[in-house]
Ligand binder design. Structure first.
Ligand code: FES
Length: 518
């Protein structure tokens, strides 16, 4: 297994066949995210092998996994592509748009026999909260070794992976990959508290996977990125910067070591790990990762200087000549609001978009109750997003149907809200096409129709419903009781519940069934 940066892996099986996973090379999210450690100087021979493998696997639509430019411009389009079993065609369409014609459609959790003892199995998590129309994980089994490329997929049921045998190598995300909480308009102390809680919940989930899967080798991957733009530099985990949700791999390695797990291997692009049944993992680094993390600031400053002209051009690209931006948003969004009454109910309050500009600021009010979009006239609202108008023009001109992927992951905005997390708001912004909005609406319907399971488990002094009210993670595996004896954290996405009354401490619209044990 050769790291090719971020979530990218070049897998070579025992008979020499290769699978390229998640090759990401170009900066993404409006020039915000860069691969860290950098992979823009890999040797041509390795690049050739990455771009012309026997199979390509892309886990999901997020641009740090599906690098459309690299796939379109630099990849061998005769490569067969392994397609996860997502609920709509967006992913397969994106692969076709990149130029590929041979798509191997897989079924969720069903092994695909690629001949001569090689099987691959793609597991899918397909709720809107799992990513842009879902996320996936890949198991590669070459008859001798089994690799689980979990990347940032939140697999809720590990039994489906482990039923076919133990996992030898686990590549997984342990760091942040989201705008929360960094963009929220809160005081410094509150931000520190939120960041620490976020980092802790990310580590806890990854550790849960490591402890339950017990692989021979753990590779921290799929992040963090780095941020080379001056505007975003504070998001990097560096001494002197504010607390960051993007901790580096050595911190995860240290935490695992403190828990007695000494199988983590920190890699940089070009690092190769060779596994065979009877020997320990053999690791060779193209670039020693240790000095990179030891003097990260200097490394990033060099990286930043190298990409400064590109970043300048990226800034210059923002904006579009849209005759009436308000009408453009209105004409696209009002029909979508009309087909999503239950999603609107779940959002429950108006959304204000403050589009900043020196010359043409604009306040757009999304009247969730009435399903209208109009200029803001001072109405009360529950959610506020403050964004550079040029960025909104850019994504509107592109016809973006997922603002989380096209805009929010850039971290180039600030946000404010009344009360706790409201997943429905982001479901709306991820679903800006009729097909997606119908699905978001159906998901809300499913949630309200689903009766919670009668199963209960004992957690501390409480009998608690067994499956998390958020995305039904088995709390027997993912539930963790806090030291206070009453705060339950579901480690799959970090939601917390007060077991004394069932109140969700993360979101306003869920409760957990709980009662004192006799
Ligand atoms: S399933 Fe998401 S927090 Fe429990």
């Amino acid at each position: 297994m050769t790291s090719i940066g971020h979530a990218g892996i070049l897998v070579e099986t025992r008979d020499g066949r290769t699978i390229t996973c998640d090759p990401w090379f170009w900066p993404q999210y409006l020039g915000a995210w860069f691969v860290f450690p950098r992979n823009d100087r890999l040797p041509p021979e390795l690049m050739q092998r990455i771009a012309a493998p026997d199979y390509l696997y892309v886990s999901h639509l997020h641009a740090d996994h599906l690098d459309a430019r690299f796939l379109a411009e630099s990849f061998d389009h005769s490569t067969p592509v392994l397609i996860p079993d997502f609920p709509n065609r967006d992913f397969a369409d994106a692969i076709r748009r990149a130029g590929f014609t041979t798509l191997i459609e897989t079924e969720d959790g069903k092994p695909v026999d690629l001949g001569d003892g090689l099987t691959v199995t793609i597991h899918v998590e397909a709720a809107l909260s799992d990513g842009p129309q879902g996320d996936s994980a890949l198991v590669v089994d070459d008859g001798e070794q089994r690799l689980l490329n979990l990347n940032d997929c939140r697999l809720a049921d590990l039994d489906v992976v482990l039923r076919d045998g133990p996992i030898d190598a686990l590549w997984l995300q342990y760091s942040g990959a989201i705008w929360y909480p960094l963009v929220y308009e809160v005081g410094a102390d509150e931000m520190t508290r939120l960041v620490q809680a976020k980092v802790e919940s990310q580590f806890a989930r990854a550790e849960r996977y490591v402890h339950d899967i017990r692989p021979r080798v753990v590779v921290p991957s799929a992040g963090p990125p780095c941020f080379l733009d001056r505007d975003l530099w504070p998001a990097n985990d560096l001494p002197g910067n504010p607390p960051s949700i993007f901790p580096d791999a050595p911190r995860f390695e240290d935490r695992l070591a403190a828990q007695g797990v000494r199988t983590a291997i920190v890699v940089a692009p070009g690092s190769t790990i060779e596994l065979s049944p009877d020997t320990d993992a053999h690791v060779e680094h193209l670039t020693d990762p240790a000095p990179i993390f030891a003097d990260k600031e200097r490394y990033l400053l060099t990286y930043q200087a190298d990409w400064a002209p590109w970043l300048e051009a990226e800034h210059a690209r923002w904006g579009a000549d849209i005759p009436n931006l308000l009408w453009a948003i209105r004409d696209r969004w009002e029909p979508l609001l009309a087909i999503a009454p239950n999603l609107r109910k779940a959002i429950g309050a108006g959304i204000l978009l403050r589009l900043t500009s020196d010359t043409a600021p604009l306040d757009v009010f999304v009247d969730i109750a009435r399903g209208e979009v109009r200029a803001w006239r001072g109405e009360p609202y529950g959610f506020r997003f403050t964004i550079d108008r040029r960025l909104v023009e850019t994504v509107v001109a592109e016809g973006a149907i997922d603002w989380s992927n096209s805009l929010f992951l850039s971290l180039r905005f600030s946000a404010w809200r009344v009360g706790g997390y409201n997943e429905a708001v982001y479901s709306f912004f991820k679903s800006l096409s009729p097909e997606r909005m119908r699905r978001a609406e159906a998901e809300i319907d499913d949630e309200s129709a689903a009766s919670s399971s009668p199963d209960e488990i004992l957690i501390g002094d409480y009998l608690v419903e067994r499956y998390c009210p958020h995305r039904k993670a088995d709390l027997a595996a993912f539930g963790q009781l806090g030291a206070d004896g009453c705060t339950l954290t579901c480690q799959l996405h970090g939601w917390q519940f007060d077991l004394r009354d069932g109140r969700c401490l993360t979101s306003d619209d869920r409760t957990i069934r709980t009662r004192p044990a006799e």
